[in-house]
Write a protein that binds this ligand. Structure first.
Ligand code: GRF
Length: 235
């Protein structure tokens, strides 16, 4: 892959040396964004090392808007470059512009949201348009926003659908890339609903991303074109 790199116009400190490693190696560079525990981040890191993303992607940075996010410490322990910028008390557009500029220093091909608890403004979305992915623990056509497992549990749904989608300026409204059904029959607690759902999330996210990378051989323009839903044969 010869990705189109975002322009490097900002004056952040030079990131750790790992940043240089991926340039020219043909692997897609991932910036994984989280705000909490980071179990999806761990699954993606492992997939890049030994799983569905091996040889296709590398983790350029794990970023958080919460410097104390447990997932950030986990990422560092896994050997990932990490960065954070506190969002608390910051106007949304100003924070998002600063976060986007910081991330551009890591030259990501994809921004991979993994429990990143922020609604993104155009200041963040536009620099990475078509290259931001999210995982949502429900069918985004049926449920948007927080508490999707609670929604499934409270409504005693027999199944839910984990969704990987591209991010646009709406709340969980972007084009769907992949979905997988989770059987919730007999799940008698919220913890059990989450356990079953997360097991699917951890596997689906890497597979969907791998399929997108394989389908997308160029930079941002081609990635925008790649927004048709993946078919079963893709993943
Ligand atoms: C996951 O359920 C994900 O689908 C949602 O936020 C949660 C993050 O969990 N967007 P984790 O931090 O990856 O464990």
């Amino acid at each position: 892959m010869t990705p189109a790199r975002p322009a490097d116009k900002h004056s952040f400190p030079t990131p750790p040396s790992r940043v240089e490693e991926g340039v020219g190696t043909g692997t897609a560079r991932l910036a994984i964004l989280l705000s909490g525990r980071g179990s999806n981040m761990v699954a993606l890191v492992q997939a890049a090392q030994t799983g569905a993303l091996q040889g296709l992607a590398e983790v350029a940075v794990v970023f958080s808007n919460r410097p104390d996010a447990p997932g950030l410490a986990t990422a560092a322990a896994l050997g990932c470059a990490t960065a954070s910028l506190p969002s608390q008390g910051r106007p949304r557009a100003a924070f998002d512009a600063e976060a986007a500029a910081l991330l551009q220093r890591y030259q990501p091909d994809y921004i991979v949201l993994a429990g990143y608890m922020r609604i993104l403004s155009p200041a963040f979305i536009q620099p990475f348009a078509g290259c931001i992915l999210n995982i949502h623990p429900a069918d985004t056509r049926a449920h948007q926003g927080l508490h999707a497992y609670e929604w499934a549990f409270d409504n005693m749904l027999p199944e839910t659908k984990i969704t990987v989608h591209l991010v646009d300026e709406g709340l969980d409204t972007g084009p769907i890339l992949a979905q997988q059904t989770v059987d919730l029959r007999g799940a008698d607690s919220l913890a059990e609903v989450e356990r079953r759902g997360l097991a699917v999330e951890h596997e689906l996210y890497a597979r969907a991303l791998a399929a997108l990378i394989k389908k997308t051989k160029g930079g941002h323009a081609e990635q925008r074109e790649a927004s048709r839903p993946l078919t079963n044969s893709d993943i």
